[in-house]
Design a protein around this ligand. Structure first.
Ligand code: UT7
Length: 335
């Protein structure tokens, strides 16, 4: 999908969207699989062989907005811009610290991006990718020039720590990118979708109605996941979405240097690589030391790759997020 109208009435349609800086921030505390096995009936062997996860960072005092602001500062530093340059802040998160104000508004206040408009979007593990694609749409119309896109979660606060089938999978953290309009390269194509009918396979209920007329209880709920259904969804939807986006960009999967995918399970990455008939070397991994950090996983991995010098100008990168909603979103960009 792209935003180039048939009649070309918009004059800046040739503009692309380029990632010019990345940053990330993880909580200080690292919790290994062995640490978890001391507090629940699980083992390093089960978690590693089923998922590839060795350890995750869990928040003690860190907040979603606090980690986001730090990731944003690092991304701005990497991009060589100041908060004054930012027009737009979009945060993808399902664990904002407050219902209101949004995480994005809290980030705006923390970094002093006084000229920016800021809002959150909820697309679960696809949140960062949805936010990136929304920013791309804004930038292509010429409404804004520089955007800060954040994916951030404190998932440990919405986990049921008595449910070993979910709580061992997830972690906390934040990733951010700065994107800017560019006249060549950048984001070449994107695809995104939702399937609300299947939403119950990965859910977390909000607070129930507490007004005097309501008969419901006040209990908050935690994340509930049908892991096998989500797995099946991921290994069918992600390859299809990636292939569609790559073709939309005028490329083949063989042209892609790296596939930066949502980090839910190493077996999902292996299955996607197999479907695309590609080497697993093209599928970098951070879930081994981060666990699944939902909306934060793609930007945190991208930042790690950027800081390791793996991303070179001209490289073609495919990114994809998938998860609750159900939702999915992919993008192909030239670095
Ligand atoms: O970002 C959102 C996207 N989420 C995902 O992509 C998740 C996709 N799904 C998955 O990654 C996998 O389905 C899981 C890793 C969540 C689970 O793997 P599985 O191979 O589907 O395991 P299972 O749920 O079928 O459970 C197998 C066994 C069960 O025991 P029995 O009934 O066979 O005796 C579970 O009770 O493993 C048991 N089990 C555990 N054992 C030790 C479940 N959790 C644990 C645990 N430690 N933490």
């Amino acid at each position: 999908m792209n935003f180039v109208p048939d009649d070309k009435r918009i004059t800046e349609i040739d503009m692309g969207t380029k990632i010019i800086g990345t940053g990330s921030c993880l909580p200080e505390t690292v919790v290994t699989n062995d640490d978890l096995s001391e507090i629940m009936d699980t083992s390093d062997e089960w978690i590693r062989t089923r998922t590839g996860i060795r350890e995750r960072h869990l928040a003690k005092d860190e907040t979603t907005a606090g980690m986001s602001a730090e990731a944003a500062r690092r991304a701005m530093d990497n991009a060589g811009i100041t908060a004054q340059d930012i027009d737009l802040i979009i945060a993808g998160t399902v664990t904002a610290d407050h219902v209101v104000p949004s995480c994005a508004c809290e980030i705006q206040a923390a970094i002093g991006a006084e000229h920016a408009v800021a809002f959150d979007i909820n697309a679960a593990c696809s949140g960062f990718m949805f936010a990136l694609n929304i920013a791309h749409a804004y930038l292509q119309t010429g409404v804004y020039k520089t955007a800060l896109i954040v994916g951030a979660e404190t998932l440990s606060r919405i986990m049921d720590w008595n449910d070993r089938s979910t709580c061992v999978l997830f972690g906390d953290g934040a990733g951010a990118v700065v994107v800017q309009r560019t006249d060549h390269g950048g984001l070449l194509a994107f695809d995104q979708g939702s399937d609300g009918v299947r939403g119950s396979v990965l859910s977390c209920a909000n607070r129930t109605n507490n007004n005097p007329l309501a008969e419901t209880s006040r209990q908050l709920e935690y994340v509930h996941m049908d892991g096998q259904e989500v797995y099946r969804f991921a290994v069918t939807t992600v390859p299809a979405s990636v292939i569609k986006t790559v073709e939309e960009a005028g490329l083949t999967v063989a042209d892609i240097d790296y596939f930066v995918l949502h980090q839910a399970n190493a077996r999902i990455l292996q299955a996607v690589a197999k479907r695309l008939k590609l080497s697993e070397d093209k599928f970098p991994i951070s879930l081994d030391h981060c666990g699944n950090i939902s909306a934060a996983s793609v930007p945190v991995l991208l930042d790690e790759m950027n800081r390791q010098g793996l991303l070179k100008p001209g490289m073609k990168i495919a990114m994809s997020g998938f998860g609750g909603g159900l939702t999915w979103a992919s993008a192909v960009l030239e670095w």
